[in-house]
Design a protein around this ligand. Structure first.
Ligand SMILES: Nc1ncnc2c1ncn2[C@@H]1O[C@H](COP(=O)(O)OP(=O)(O)O)[C@@H](O)[C@H]1O
Ligand SMILES: [Mg+2]
Length: 271
């Protein structure tokens, strides 16, 4: 691991203090010694059971949640607070219902004191990129769930972040739309060259989207496997039926089943 790596995690752990009824506190480790590196431009997906610490891991990378121990570096510098070089897209709809699409996308730029005219131009470019030209003046309630998430993606991209962090962004979108919007995300990734760290618990989505998959164990979440996905760069839905695709999903299912079996009935991990 050299210092030229883009995003570096070294033994990154997170411990939360949980308050009990009697007023005492208990330390619970939710992320355990994650050591991974992400080269610039990579599409990495994190999969793992609910509650294993995926969002916590992303929150630490976003600078929203302080790490408890270890080292977390972006371009060689510690991440200690939310940073403009990080763009986030969450599962929950986070765009403002009272603003139309272009106002939503411009908003983050205006907050950064970018001149108004430039905000509009950059917002328009981002909306074009996510395939929403023609819907600039539509309000969220006039858009489908998939389109609203595209607005959220456009808003993150308009800030021109070094890295895009996406926490189950399509979880509330219906399965068909989800598949098509994943194809779009691959296209956007190829067009922008952004580094993307994407969380999902959908195995098909993980294999379809990424170049690398981190499998997390149940709490305290640690990365138990790093799987390279050696599928063609040009991916459309026809890849879903291929043997190569099934090879990766089959492998992930077996890893996750083994993990599920070992944790059945076991006590919570405490430190
Ligand atoms: N602010 C917090 N304080 C205490 N515990 C938390 C906090 N945030 C998350 N947790 C706990 O950390 C664990 C991991 O949560 P999370 O990262 O959201 O998991 P995932 O995204 O994989 O479903 C859960 O058990 C959750 O209850
Ligand atoms: Mg989560």
């Amino acid at each position: 691991m050299g210092c030229s790596d883009f995003l570096d995690l070294k033994d990154v752990s997170k411990v939360y203090a949980i308050r009990a009824k009697d007023g005492s506190t208990q330390q619970i480790e939710v992320v355990h010694k994650v050591t991974q590196t992400v080269p610039e431009g990579q599409f990495v997906t994190v999969v793992g059971p609910s509650g294993c610490g995926k969002s916590t891991l992303l929150g630490m990378i976003a600078g929203l949640t302080p790490i408890s121990s270890g080292q977390l570096l972006l371009k060689g510098r510690p991440i200690t607070s939310p940073h403009p070089s990080l763009g986030m897209v969450f599962q929950e709809e986070s765009i403002f219902p009272w603003m139309n699409a272009i106002e939503n996308v411009s908003f983050g730029l205006e907050m950064q004191d970018v001149p108004k005219q430039q905000c509009r131009e950059r917002a328009q470019d981002a909306l074009n990129l996510v395939g929403l030209s023609g819907f600039e003046y539509s309000y969220p309630k006039e858009l489908s769930g998939g389109m609203r998430q595209r607005v959220a993606i456009a808003r993150a991209l308009a800030l021109d972040p070094d890295i895009l962090l996406m926490d189950e962004p399509f979880a509330a979108v219906d399965p068909q739309t989800r598949m098509f919007i994943s194809t779009e995300l691959r296209r956007i990734w190829a067009a922008t060259g952004k580094t993307i760290l994407f969380i999902t618990h959908d195995i098909n989505e993980a294999v379809f989207l990424s170049q690398e998959i981190w499998v997390m164990s149940s709490r305290p979440g640690s990365v138990t496997e790093t799987l390279k996905v050696d599928l063609p760069d040009e991916r459309d839905i026809s890849i879903l039926g291929t043997d190569a695709f099934a090879h990766y999903t089959g492998h992930l299912w077996s890893v996750m089943r083994a993990e599920w079996e070992t944790t059945q009935g076991s006590a919570e991990h405490m430190v």
